[in-house]
Design a protein around this ligand. Structure first.
Ligand code: MN
Ligand code: MG
Length: 279
């Protein structure tokens, strides 16, 4: 039986190179570039692999500020993180809350350079502010399978915290609306199935929290396993690792050893390029 491997990053926060820009010194423990050899190895091991990012990539290190300042001064330069993600060959990415910190014009400019689809299911923007697709289906041939068999249709949806409307009100008021995470996920999972998706993966820039679900909840990924039609969950936003981080012990429905969210495979790959998630 062929294996589909999801190789994932989240919360890179503009850590492009293995460098601590605050301390101005090399730091091999961070940076997407330092993960590149691990990504290559993970791809070699499993031919049917997708490389996905789970959001919070354009802000968070001084390089992010430099790139945004350059745009505000009217300079046209490729976004350093998007350029790195293009070079490494991402298959898709979703948006995090921090993507909006410099405003929608800058975000649109940065994302225009992406060679891969950007998806955000619960973000709705007026046409002039559109920065992402609601979802995408990536067709991928199954290695070693019947060469005339149809490709596997991999559906991807993307989710972010509705709280962006408060956190970046100045940039977003009147320009975008955000739907509840579970509502959007349930609707789009069904829509992807109806469009022919064989499997559906949720890129969820949101964390795992205990307790009953409250509509509009910021950290909703721990409830996504209960949504019909979702086969895998990429979580983030908390900058933790799932499975494994102590914060996720003893939460109902969360298997912090096997990495299951209400029985659905899930992962949260830390932050800053310190870890690579492999599911
Ligand atoms: Mn983050
Ligand atoms: Mg975040």
């Amino acid at each position: 039986m062929p294996i589909l491997r999801l190789i994932v990053t989240s919360d890179l926060h503009m850590h492009v190179r293995p460098y601590d820009y605050f301390e101005d010194r090399e730091d091999e423990s961070v940076g997407l570039a330092a993960l590149a050899p691990l990504i290559e190895q993970a791809r070699r091991e499993v031919p049917l692999s997708l490389l996905l990012d789970n959001g919070d990539f354009v802000q968070g290190s001084p390089i992010g500020d430099v790139a945004a300042d350059a745009f505000m001064q009217g300079e046209s330069m490729p976004n350093p993180m998007i350029a790195a993600m293009n070079a490494i060959g991402y298959d898709a990415a979703t948006l995090g809350n921090h993507e909006f910190n410099y405003g929608l014009d800058y975000l649109a400019h940065a994302l225009a350079g992406a060679a891969f689809p950007i998806i955000s299911t619960n973000l709705s923007a007026q046409a002039e502010n559109a920065v992402a697709l609601p979802s995408v289906i990536l067709p991928r041939p199954v290695p070693g399978g019947d060469p005339v068999a149809p490709a596997l249709q991999i559906g991807l949806l993307g989710l972010l915290p509705p709280q962006i409307l408060q956190w970046d009100r100045g940039h977003l008021e009147g320009a975008v609306t955000v739907e509840d995470i579970l509502e959007a996920a349930g609707r789009e999972a069904q829509a992807l199935r109806a469009r022919g998706a064989d499997i559906v993966i949720a890129l969820c820039h949101s964390g795992i929290a205990g307790g009953a679900y409250r509509p509009g909840q910021e950290n909703a990924a721990g409830h996504l396993g209960k949504v019909t039609g979702i086969d895998a969950i990429i979580a983030g936003h908390q900058h933790l690792r799932f499975p494994g981080s102590g914060e996720f012990e003893d939460l109902p429905g969360i298997d912090n050893k096997a990495g299951l969210i209400h029985g659905v495979p899930g992962i949260m790959p830390g932050c800053f390029g310190k870890y690579l998630g492999v599911l």
